[in-house]
Design a protein around this ligand. Structure first.
Ligand code: EAX
Length: 321
């Protein structure tokens, strides 16, 4: 009898707890062990901690709920809660964000992080907020490099005729056309199979993504072109955020800041350890790359942004010290 009562009490208690807590799903395109996975878990842990268990959460990793474009659409219609995504497809929703996708714009990680953590980052988060999305915090994907299955790429001439998967981003596509490749836009969840089946010869992504996705299984060469910085951003659905009190909104902000910090720390770690990991897994890593000829040819892509918005934002980004 004693056990029965205890059991009954526990059951009632659990039911009550379950009813009062709100469950948040954090979607992203990569594996749970990736820099996004680490960031998603940090988001969930912080949110649960600061809300004293009022919010709990789980990851929907590896594009389980769709590619990055699909997940952003999900935020707009309220079928997704929180998404950690690269800016790859974001310019299709918030064209001002294309400024961040321009090749050879950011000098290094420090420059990119200072820009995103400062006034410019805040302005662009606000722009995101005008498009049925909530921009919570800038996170990070990393500087992108070209991989392929055919040959070592050292000069733009080596890109000639390579079928290269790009993100669904017209700045990147124009840049790669300019550099001589044949860009093929594709959602990330389709990429591994496309590389495996030879639908495309190559792709470009940061060391973080190449390692998390084990692209060495389907790619032989990686060239450290660092041709563009790839920001990531923690986004939420307005239908979720608009229903929260100011205190609850603050919990989501704290969770986002913790998430971005955890992701950047993982990017740092992989920037140190990643190249060795690529070599250990059989990739030939080409490091002696003269970036100037790539940058000259990629320059054509600036018009995608500048024709619409002028040069002011680009000049402001370059001026960030
Ligand atoms: O955000 O699509 C891409 O290549 C992205 O870099 C990847 O999904 C991580």
């Amino acid at each position: 009898m004693k056990y029965l009562i205890t059991g009954l009490f526990t059951a009632v208690f659990l039911t009550t707890t379950a009813q009062s807590e709100q469950r948040i799903v954090v979607g992203h395109a990569l594996s749970p062990a990736s820099h996004y996975g680490v960031g998603a878990q940090a988001f969930i842990d912080k949110l649960t901690e600061v809300s004293d268990g009022a919010f709990v959460g789980e990851q929907a990793p590896a594009g389980q709920l769709g590619g990055e474009r699909d997940m952003i659409e999900g935020l707009q219609i309220g079928s997704m809660d929180v998404v950690i995504t690269s800016t790859g497809p974001l310019g299709n929703f918030v064209p001002e964000v294309f400024a961040l996708d321009l090749p050879f714009l950011f000098r290094d990680y420090d420059h990119a992080r200072k820009t995103l953590d400062g006034e410019i980052g805040q302005e662009l988060l606000a722009k995101i907020g005008e498009n049925d999305l909530v921009g919570l915090a800038w996170s990070e994907n990393g500087f992108r490099h070209v991989t392929n299955s055919q040959r070592p790429v050292r000069t733009p001439a080596d890109l000639n005729g390579l079928k290269l998967r790009t993100m669904e981003n017209k700045v990147h596509m124009t840049a790669f056309s300019g550099m001589g490749a044949s860009p093929t836009p594709m959602a990330f969840p389709e990429l591994f199979t496309a590389l495996q089946q030879g639908v495309v010869d190559g792709q470009e992504n940061p060391v973080t993504v190449i390692t998390a996705s084990k692209f060495w299984e389907v790619q032989n060469y990686v060239s450290l072109t660092g041709h563009v910085y790839s920001p990531a951003v923690v986004l939420a659905s307005p239908s979720l955020i608009d229903g929260l009190s100011d205190e609850q909104k603050d919990w989501f902000m704290q969770a986002s800041v913790a998430s971005a910090a955890a992701t950047r720390a993982e990017v740092n770690r992989l920037e140190e350890a990643g190249v060795a990991l690529l070599r250990e897994n059989g990739m030939e890593v080409i490091t002696d790359i003269d970036k100037a000829p790539f940058a000259d040819l990629a320059r054509a892509s600036y018009s995608v942004y500048i024709d619409e918005y002028g040069t002011e934002m680009v000049d402001r980004i370059i001026a960030v010290k």
